[in-house]
Design a protein around this ligand. Structure first.
Ligand SMILES: Cc1cc2nc3c(=O)[nH]c(=O)nc-3n(C[C@H](O)[C@H](O)[C@H](O)COP(=O)(O)O)c2cc1C
Length: 207
């Protein structure tokens, strides 16, 4: 397969218009699209081809309620770490779309996967988590190409999320994702638009 500038332009546009989404329409996602997303994740690279991501599609309303509660508690805690002015700004931000997103995915990393037989991770075991993060980014981009939005929620208490999903103790929470149709499109990150943090190109060092 030979790609051209045309494909590069499409990919760059996808990257430019990918956003972390916190505002969702409640419309459901077609199960066929969800299954295409599931297939796309399998295309991600991973250390030793270990594919350590373990994904739970959270459908239980009770579990979702507990996750929302955990987010609210972690968010209150996080706010206390800022001085007054910054705290006011922080609490004005919407940092998760947990109430409206039709699909919730809890993404774990199996820290002892059999696949891969340990290749590539002897001195850097954290590469398992890196692999899961790349799988999430793969999902993020493919979802965007389907006009779906994804929001990454890390303001959570990982032990509580682990407990309420009752998963293998070797699985560590890497991300909790909200997926659905965004209420609006933007080429600028929301945290930039809300004057929290703008993007800046990090120059490469030369040695
Ligand atoms: C590891 C990770 C954790 C994140 N956690 C949160 C979160 O808890 N809440 C939130 O609103 N955004 C979260 N984000 C999204 C970032 O805020 C967002 O990517 C950044 O502001 C740039 O915006 P953009 O993704 O729209 O380009 C997270 C992103 C990453 C990569």
């Amino acid at each position: 397969m030979e790609f051209t500038n045309h494909h590069t332009d499409i990919l760059l546009n996808l990257l430019r218009w990918r956003r972390d989404v916190r505002h969702f329409r409640p419309d459901p996602i077609d199960p066929d699209l969800l299954s295409r997303l599931e297939d796309a994740i399998a295309l991600a690279p991973s250390v030793g081809n270990s594919q350590p991501w373990r994904i739970v599609h959270v459908k239980s309303q009770e579990v979702r309620r507990q996750v929302l509660e955990s987010h609210q508690a972690a968010n209150v805690d996080a706010a206390t770490g800022y001085d007054r002015a910054k705290r006011e700004k922080y609490v004005s931000l919407k940092l998760a779309g947990l109430r409206d997103a039709p699909v919730h995915l809890a993404v774990f990393t199996d820290l002892s996967p059999k696949a891969g037989d340990g290749l590539g991770r002897q001195t850097m075991p954290e590469t398992l988590t890196y692999s899961t993060v790349i799988a999430i980014h793969t999902l993020w981009l493919v979802a965007r190409s389907m006009n779906l939005g994804l929001g990454w929620v890390s303001i959570l208490e990982p032990d509580k999320v682990h407990r309420c999903l009752d998963v293998d103790p070797e699985w560590h929470l890497t991300a909790y994702l909200c997926v659905g149709y965004p209420t609006f499109d933007d080429d600028t990150p929301e945290l930039e638009r809300k004057d929290w943090q703008s993007r800046a190109k990090q120059p490469w060092l030369i040695r």
